[in-house]
Write a protein that binds this ligand. Structure first.
Ligand SMILES: *[C@@H]1O[C@H](CO)[C@@H](O)[C@H](O)[C@H]1NC(C)=O
Ligand SMILES: *[C@@H]1O[C@H](CO)[C@@H](O)[C@H](O)[C@H]1NC(C)=O
Ligand SMILES: *[C@@H]1O[C@H](CO)[C@@H](O)[C@H](O)[C@H]1NC(C)=O
Length: 271
């Protein structure tokens, strides 16, 4: 064996022994809904690391979202922690439809994910509690809106890719599918949507996460009307007037996209 081969073998061994990987956490506090918690802690953690909760789509898993989204690679560069929750249900969708999940500390999926955040903050005392973010795709985007409504106290900002307004997927059952909402036929005023979100944490008057809503204009599963309805919801919560954005930027952030801001960077939308 050549010395160089031998050396590179040793190096591979050394780096695989220390490289960060996606890891399941089995004891993170109350978990009535049975959601699973996975975490990615990069080798080079920032001194005061932010936390990103990254939530998968229907049929997804923590591993699939870890592989298919950029957060873990970005964590290697920037030193933040990523929590990948995993749905306990057979279709891999999130419960964004039961009264319990649509309630602060209601004991369902949203509560389990909040406990994953609290557990991570307690395990990593240097983590920055004022920079906890949540994002997700499709069912994970629906959960992102639900978490922004049920746990506004935990999150600094939320980014939802192809979701629906918090409460729009209500069916009264656990992990139900609300086709009226999916098809974009739940159309309400901004006041109705705002009250729906506010009712998920009654009496809460603290700061709320900045919202970023992204939706494809040709989405045929979660219809793009849900983009408009989600804008109404958060415009209503923040006290803006839906349909009168402060700024509209064409071909931003790239050709074919439009970006709309309600004000400063509190609520931003792309489609
Ligand atoms: C949550 O439920 C899942 C699935 O039953 C289990 O794997 C996990 O250990 C539970 N965690 C806690 C903290 O109860
Ligand atoms: C679908 O959701 C809406 C709220 O967006 C609710 O009023 C309606 O009853 C739900 N439909 C079903 C079949 O549960
Ligand atoms: C939904 O929002 C988009 C982007 O702001 C807008 O172009 C479209 O007209 C809206 N649709 C409705 C039905 O209001």
């Amino acid at each position: 064996m050549k010395l160089s081969t031998c050396l590179s073998g040793l190096l591979a061994l050394a780096s695989s022994a220390t490289a960060a990987s996606l890891t399941q956490v089995t004891n993170f506090g109350a978990n009535t809904s049975g959601a699973r918690m996975f975490i990615y802690v990069p080798d080079a953690l920032a001194p005061s690391p932010p936390i990103i909760v990254a939530i998968h789509y229907c049929t997804g898993t923590a591993q699939a979202y870890y592989n298919g989204s950029p957060y873990a690679r970005l964590a290697d560069t920037h030193g933040f922690i990523v929590i990948y929750p995993e749905s306990p249900y057979s279709g891999g969708c999130w419960d964004v439809s039961s009264p319990a999940t649509l309630t602060h500390d209601g004991g369902a999926n949203s509560h389990s994910i909040a406990n994953m955040v609290l557990h991570t903050l307690s395990q990593y005392p240097s983590a920055d509690a004022s920079r906890v973010f949540v994002t997700g795709t499709s069912s994970g985007a629906m959960m992102t809106n639900v978490l922004a409504a049920t746990y506004p106290n935990l999150f600094k900002a939320a980014s939802a890719y192809a979701g629906v307004p918090a409460g729009c997927f209500y069916t009264g059952t656990v992990a139900g599918w609300n086709s009226t909402c999916a098809n974009g036929a739940e159309i309400h005023t901004q006041d109705v949507w705002a009250r729906t979100a506010q009712a998920m944490y009654p009496g809460y008057s603290g700061p709320r996460p900045k919202m970023r809503i992204v939706h494809g204009s040709a989405d045929s599963i979660i219809y793009p009307q849900n983009f408009n309805e989600t804008l109404k919801q958060w415009a209503g919560v923040f006290g803006y007037t839906y349909g009168q954005p402060a700024q509209t930027l064409g071909n931003t952030p790239k050709a074919g996209y439009t970006k709309v801001y309600d004000d400063d960077d509190d609520v931003g939308y792309e489609y």
